[in-house]
Design a protein around this ligand. Structure first.
Ligand SMILES: Cc1cn([C@H]2C[C@H](O)[C@@H](COP(=O)(O)OP(=O)(O)OP(=O)(O)O)O2)c(=O)[nH]c1=O
Length: 198
């Protein structure tokens, strides 16, 4: 099995793919996160995911390369990763007591085929007091997380309900990704998974 390239430095994406025994190697390249204004969230994540995948694919045109991007959207507000504690506070204040959507775009490039897709998961947060937000910020967890929270960590405390794929909120719509990768015959061959045949 030839490992594919994960063009992402996100530890969450790496964990999710390890969880299902995929063989992959991580190669990343810095790309700009600048996009034109007023882009729909789904278009935005697709554009950024494709940019990340393309930058690596250009150097490795004979490989399968997967890029992804996650953002949080509430009405017209698009929330990426916070650049400061103050910005993280504002984001959580905006999300408090409301519903928002998490979008992850995925781009899988190879010489033979190209696949682009996105997934949307709707999340409702509990009403948060300023004190709760401050205590959460002090944990340091919001750094590097779209929307300033991590559902898989202490951020679980903030989330009342979700509708859709949980893994998509963490950073990768795993079911869709596995189904897309099945097209390349690189399904995990872990003996433990098919030991019932022996
Ligand atoms: C909403 C949410 C986001 N996140 C994370 C997933 C992503 O790592 C991050 C969004 O940032 P991204 O820009 O999508 O990814 P990244 O900068 O971490 O990695 P790379 O650009 O190299 O691919 O937010 C969580 O871990 N948990 C959550 O609940």
């Amino acid at each position: 099995m030839i490992p594919f390239i994960l063009a992402s430095s996100s530890p969450r994406r790496q964990e999710l793919l390890k969880q299902v025994n995929y063989s992959f190697e991580i190669i990343t390249k810095d790309t700009s996160e600048q996009v034109q204004e007023n882009l729909l969230p789904e278009k935005l994540v697709l554009q950024l995911a494709n940019r990340k995948a393309e930058a690596v694919f250009d150097d490795h045109p004979d490989r399968i390369v997967l890029g992804a991007d996650t953002i949080v959207a509430k009405a017209d507000n698009i929330l990426g990763k916070p650049e400061s504690k103050e910005e993280a506070f504002q984001m959580l204040k905006l999300l408090s007591g409301c519903r928002h959507s998490v979008y992850t775009g995925v781009s899988i490039l190879s010489r033979d085929q190209t696949q682009h897709f996105y997934q949307q998961t709707d999340v409702e947060m509990y009403e948060l007091t300023d004190d709760e937000i401050m205590r959460y910020l002090n944990s340091g967890e919001p750094i590097g997380k779209a929307g300033s929270y991590a559902i898989q960590g202490l951020g679980a405390y903030l989330v009342k309900e979700i509708k859709g794929d949980y893994n998509n909120v963490v950073g990768l719509p795993l079911a869709k990704v596995m189904r897309a990768l099945a097209a390349y015959s690189i399904f995990p061959e872990d003996k433990k998974l098919n030991s019932w045949k022996e």
